[in-house]
Design a protein around this ligand. Sequence first.
Ligand code: SF4
Length: 698
Amino acid sequence: DSKDIDSEVESICPFCGVGCQVSLKVKDGKVKYVDGINGPANEGRLCVKGRFGFDYIHHPHRLTKPLIRREDAPAKGLNVDPENWQEFFREASWDEALDAAANGLGGLRDTHGGTAVAGFGSAKCTNEEAYLFQRLIREGFKHNNVDHCTRLCHASSVSALIENVGSGAVTATFNEIENADVAIVIGANPVENHPVAATFFKQFTKRGGKLIIMDPRGQALARHATHMLQFKPGADVSMLNAIMHVIVEEGLFDTQYIQAMTENWDEMRARLKDFTPEKMEPICGIPADTLRAVARDFAGAKAGMIFWGMGISQHIHGTDNSRCLISLALMCGHVGRPGTGLHPLRGQNNVQGASDAGLVPMFLPDYQSVTEDSIRNHFTEIWGSGDFSDQKGLTVTEILDAVHEGHIKGMYILGENPAMSDPDLNHAREALAKLEHLVVQDIFLTETANYADVILPAAAFYEKSGTVTNTNRQVQMGRPATQPPGEAREDWEITVALAERLGLNWGFTHPSQVFAEMKKGMKSLDNITWERLERENAVTYPSLSPEDPGQAIVFSDVFPREGGRARFTPADVIPPDELPDAEYPMVLTTGRQLEHWHTGSMTRRSKVLDAVEPEANCSLHPRTLKMMGVEPGGMVRLITRRGSIELMARADRAVSENMVFVPFAFVEAAANVLTNPALDPYGKIPEFKFAAVRVEPA
Ligand code: SF4
């Protein structure tokens, strides 16, 4: 009822990469409820997280004052009770805390060189904040050891896309599915993780579109699918190569498209020769006839799309998985037309934008290589500062290894929670404890803040101004609905103040000024201005003119690679890093569930969401539970070579009998204590989706 509210503010949902536009209804300085509005991605729809996951911003655990670790505090890493933190930290003024942070990080730089300090930024921050964060590390510490959670998410997809298509972003918006005849969704569970996108996928099937789901785990969208391929975990390449083998063998490929738009086809064809469906059937667990039927349906369609998620990317062969999907689309000519395209579904609401803004160790904004002198020169000109390293920086997991080795001694962590999100948590937490100086900037006392020397209280997304870019390449405007609590400040403001104390006088007083600077180095933002976003809420990049709402589909006639063609890169079968054996006989896989967001720091403080899903849980097949003598709802212990956790077991036929699925949102049974840190060699993404595990009654 509009009479019950003081104001309405239009912003963007802070959770997943769909980027739903919301209207925040505010009363007495608090968000009371949230409605969906007509954004280009959501068309008025919202999921349970967008609708109910807002009250964490008013939670009493919010950080309201800067904190500094007490000299007599107990050891770093002990769990700090958010209601009883005084034993570990003392309140400080902003001046004192910023001085302590700058002296700590700046002191390490001056004593050991800039590479002694690294930065983790966040895909939960705005584009402007991501841009400033990478600028701080590059300009202030003269190197590229700056990364963010894309490393744990789609880094391998991006490396394959840049290699073979020339750009890491999607070639078509997910809404293009309305023009498709067939769509593959592989290694993704959109009903839980991109729920509003899933509603468009369901509509597509209602009007006769053929949906093909491929995943080792069953899912709700399979009810709408023409084919559900529940393949063996880790067998992606063998299954996809077999499908492509059929397309070659039966001549279903698009010769004209291949000749006009691609390169390396002959090698691709030759390399697929041995991957017959019959040979691959026992490896991937999908009958040869089904592989043939899927090949015919996908290649025979006028327009097809491929969507994928972390099930593809979080493997040591994640880049190979994406290479296969790219090749599959290219050989069928399913790129660059209405209803066609490659779409890795982005996880966080600004993982696309944070990556675009240069929050990665190998690229400056717009994926321009740090190794190219002319590009570095362009940015140092924009920044008015001296050169920085031409060496690619270290990635998230490599940075923590470098802490163990003693090369990195200080970190600035903004909105990331590596003490929960990184693989092999015991190793990650030991690294955080070793740091000589750690500055954590966040909205709550996260598990990572347990290791901090200085904690800087930040504004939540609904308390700040800034742009974010969703999975569809839509740059959208976020607006503040309420004031940050206490003395908390917007992240961009804190980074600017810290930079000043490190000797960088940027002079930004509003994010619009940062956006204007970003445009100088980012062609992707041509024709997109702050004022335009204020007016229109969203513009898709690339936008060809100040009136163009942006291109939903790209690469119709040329790819942004040398020569203008896309490339086929064949992939061979590489087994997962850690296979089940007699001691650890089952397969562990991790992920998210509908109600909780990533490490749970926000959604577990949202009343409705936490009420719906309050307890750490895992999914096991009913027969597996029966064999162990555990009732559904009983406790089990999961043990890998890296650690063990205990949690409640659910009976779930979606997982096979040799598999256990664990969501990673629950600190009391942190899934990443178990996960394998082995990396994909190209994207440097850990193998979260496969580890050998033993399950026993607890
Ligand atoms: Fe938010 Fe994603 Fe749900 Fe939309 S689909 S409301 S962006 S969590």
